[in-house]
Design a protein around this ligand. Structure first.
Ligand SMILES: [Zn+2]
Ligand SMILES: [Zn+2]
Ligand SMILES: [Zn+2]
Length: 299
């Protein structure tokens, strides 16, 4: 039975903003000689930022950043612009997924050569925490107290406020220096899944379709559209779910489930970076969504 409630849900209390959609190495991509980046070396595209989400809690006047990317300076300014209050320059918390360059090296801008931050709360899984504590230059951020490392545990919720939770969960990935996590972000009304990097869906003991079923939005690894993009490197070295594989896996889902899926984390070669490409149109036609910088989602 559906109960109608006359109490208005709190409006715009918590929202997620897409601050970047590109794979670690950004776009243009170093040494790329292909057409995808040719024009971008001369004329950069302000929309090409490395993958990141901003979380705004207007009731408590707090901001949180998912990933510390090489584009962190602009991404923090963008997040501040989205805040309905006069937000601080630096976030109230940073959640890291893993130790690959696009996902944590932005932390360097919190150090002495840059803003010399004071104890920015940085949430990390055990191996990631140890990696930052025991390797330069990151250990200096810790000893100088530019960042304060807060431990995360697999599947254990962090309560940011009474109506806002973040839950990390481990996923299979190329874990040389740290484990890799995705996050479930649960707001007062809606929730989101964020998995920017994962090996093939089959390698995960959790069923991704079950997880999509539990949330309202799912931001999922879409590094490569298909294998045509990777003609210069051994495919087995770069295992990610191809967009065409994900679309096949999710094909039988009802429209309402498909609509939750927002592809993100695009390699410089990925045609989904172009909103007008035939492949972008095909993804939308199949009922899925493509994350675009600046999109805002109420939670
Ligand atoms: Zn990545
Ligand atoms: Zn390129
Ligand atoms: Zn990675």
């Amino acid at each position: 039975m559906v109960y109608l409630s006359f109490a208005q849900p709190p409006k715009n209390t918590v929202s997620l903003v897409v601050l970047g959609t590109v794979q670690d190495a950004g776009s243009p991509h170093i040494a790329c000689k292909k057409e995808c980046c040719a024009k971008l070396f001369a004329n950069s595209d302000p929309d090409r930022k490395v993958v990141s989400l901003g979380l705004l809690d207007s009731k408590n006047k707090k901001t949180y950043l998912f990933e510390a990317t090489p584009d962190i300076a602009e991404q923090l300014k963008t997040m501040k612009r989205y805040a309905s209050w006069k937000a601080d320059e630096l976030p109230d918390g940073i959640f890291l997924t893993h130790a690959h360059i696009g996902h944590y090296t932005g932390l360097m801008y919190l150090g002495k050569e840059a803003t010399n931050a004071k104890s920015v709360r940085t949430y990390t899984m055990p191996k990631m925490k140890l990696f930052l504590e025991s390797n330069g230059p990151w250990d200096q951020l810790v000893s100088e107290k530019n960042i304060e490392l807060l431990p995360l545990e697999n599947n254990k919720a962090v309560n940011l406020s009474s109506g806002l939770q973040v839950i990390p969960f481990t996923v299979p990935h190329r874990d040389e220096y740290s484990e890799t996590v995705g996050y479930t972000i649960i707001g007062p009304n809606k929730s989101a899944l964020f998995i920017p990097d994962i090996d093939k869906w089959e390698k995960w003991e959790t069923r991704i379709t079950d997880e999509i079923g539990k949330v309202d939005y799912a931001f999922l690894d879409a590094t490569f559209y298909d294998r045509e993009e990777i003609n210069t490197r051994n495919i087995s070295e770069i295992p990610h779910p191809f967009v065409i594989e994900s679309m096949t896996l999710f094909k039988e889902l009802p429209t309402s489930e498909k609509k939750k899926i927002h592809f993100i984390h695009f390699n410089h070669t990925n045609p989904l970076l172009h909103p007008k490409s035939a492949k972008s149109k095909a993804v939308l036609k199949n009922g899925f969504q493509i994350a675009r910088i600046g999109q805002e989602f109420q939670l």
